[in-house]
Ligand binder design. Structure first.
Ligand code: FCB
Length: 457
């Protein structure tokens, strides 16, 4: 075993206390594989991967990390890290048939997995929808159709009845911005549509489905926490000009407030329609109240900062990546203080914001197993340290943050980038399916061990 020091976090930091939840995260389509097994239906990501040119190297999720067959060993791996919690998602196409009837085999998979996690004392944070919509619903319009919001509520109803008592916290959706904008706006994600009118309508139906699902969770599993997971962006103007500053503001509106305002304030930010005139969604009476249903927690995902400039037409665009900043394999700028900024901004903008969990944070690097059998990923270690400390700073500024999940437990199918981009703290050899804790995984493990041994403050 290589000798890797634990994460360098001061023992007296708020985030270093045992009450601050530490976890690792994954999602169904990215790790499970077993695409045709036990009655699993086709998802929009299966379809998208089959379309030439959509995913880097023609990769797809048919096998992925083969977690569907390796879940017992993977659970042991999670436990070995010493984390408090595991965030995972359920594949909707695995647990319901086309008529909405339960698929007992698919449901059994999640029951066994959750039982094993619970038996090991690991809290379970379960996302109902991490982007793998059943294809038969897409064939009827997908999220652009209001029917999908009701179908999602039925699915949430079924899962929260079946899995009640096994789940610590339910998140309805993962990153609805990505489902709507990447999926329906620019076609970089399944279903690959490029239509802004459908984009705002899709987001509205996603959020409506979220609100309807919250009621089901409350009815069926009242002791579990209820929330949602949303991505955030941090932006800065390229030039100190009024045009670039306004462009930056519009980036915040589009990436953050478009999603968080309806959830927290019950309304869409009207400046969104400066960007996308005529794209107001159809909103029926009562929808905004449903969407703004109070929650127990807000899950925030944060990865990077983007430099913005005016596009000269009243909109914004990403500035060229020619500034000398530190970047990851994704080309994403490493900007830890962005996490503090976003948390402080939300805390002021949303007076009723519930307690926050950082439900995803992490980075991709081109990691491989070295001659000594170890996987050296030094950038990830300091990335995690710096972002954890950024959370600590936000907490010192008064933001109620309760925990932090590393994306990801292991390398996996990174959507349009396939298997090339490795986000794990565990390396996965996709030929042999061998898992190897990277140096970052060992640093996390060492940190959590030391944290457990310390007397509580
Ligand atoms: C987020 C997704 C997650 C993963 C990370 C890198 O947008 O929620 O599945 O792909 O990005």
């Amino acid at each position: 075993m290589p000798n890797v020091p634990p994460l360098n976090i001061p023992a007296d930091a708020a985030i270093a206390q045992p009450s601050f939840l530490m976890g690792v995260a994954t999602a169904s389509y990215q790790i499970e594989g077993a695409a045709d097994e036990d009655g699993r239906l086709q998802s929009i990501w299966d379809t998208y991967c089959d379309e030439p040119g959509r995913v880097l190297n023609g990769d797809h999720g048919d096998v992925a990390c083969d977690h569907y067959h390796r879940w017992e060993a993977d659970t042991d791996l999670i436990a070995s890290l010493g984390v408090d919690a595991y965030r995972m998602s359920i594949a909707w196409p695995r647990v319901m048939d086309e008529k909405g009837r339960p698929n007992a085999k698919g449901i059994a998979f999640y029951k066994h997995l959750l039982d094993r996690l619970n038996a090991k004392g690991i809290q379970t944070y379960v996302t109902l929808y991490h982007w793998d919509l059943p294809q038969h619903l897409q064939d009827r319009g997908g999220w652009a159709s209001r029917e999908t919001a009701y179908a999602f509520a039925d699915y949430a109803d079924l899962m929260t009845r079946e899995l009640a008592g096994k789940v610590t916290a339910w998140a309805t959706l993962n990153e609805p911005w990505c489902s709507a904008f990447l999926g329906y706006g620019i076609g970089r994600h399944a279903p690959g549509v490029t239509d802004l009118r459908q984009t705002t309508q899709a987001l509205h139906h996603l959020l409506l489905g979220h609100g309807l699902a919250l009621a089901k969770i409350k009815a069926n599993d009242p002791k579990a926490k209820r929330g949602i997971v949303c991505n955030t962006g941090v932006f800065g103007p390229r030039h100190d000009t009024a045009a670039d500053k306004d462009a930056t503001y519009l980036a915040y509106v589009q990436q953050n407030y478009w999603v968080f305002d309806p959830l927290m304030l019950g309304s869409y930010p009207q400046d969104l329609f400066r960007l996308w005139p005529g794209c107001e969604p159809l909103v029926l009476p009562g929808d905004m109240d449903t969407i703004a249903t109070p929650m127990d927690f807000l899950g925030i995902n944060y990865y990077f900062r983007t430099e913005i400039e005016s596009d000269g037409k009243g909109g914004y665009q990403e500035a060229p990546h020619d500034n000398p900043v530190e970047r990851t394999q994704m080309g994403w700028e490493i900007y830890p203080q962005g996490l503090t900024e976003i948390l402080v901004d939300f805390n002021a903008r949303y007076p009723d914001m519930p307690p926050v969990f950082i439900t995803e944070n992490g980075m991709a690097s081109d990691d491989s197993v070295g001659a000594d059998g170890g996987v050296a990923d030094p950038q990830r270690i300091t990335f995690l340290e710096r972002h954890l400390m950024a959370v600590n700073t936000a907490m010192a500024a008064g933001v109620d943050v309760r925990g932090y999940f590393i994306w990801s437990l292991m390398d996996n199918f990174e959507w349009a980038y396939g298997y090339e981009r490795r986000f794990g703290i565990t390396h996965v050899d996709y030929t042999t399916q061998v898992r190897t804790l990277k140096h970052s995984g060992l640093a996390v493990q060492g940190y959590l061990q030391a944290r457990k041994q310390r007397p509580q403050r």
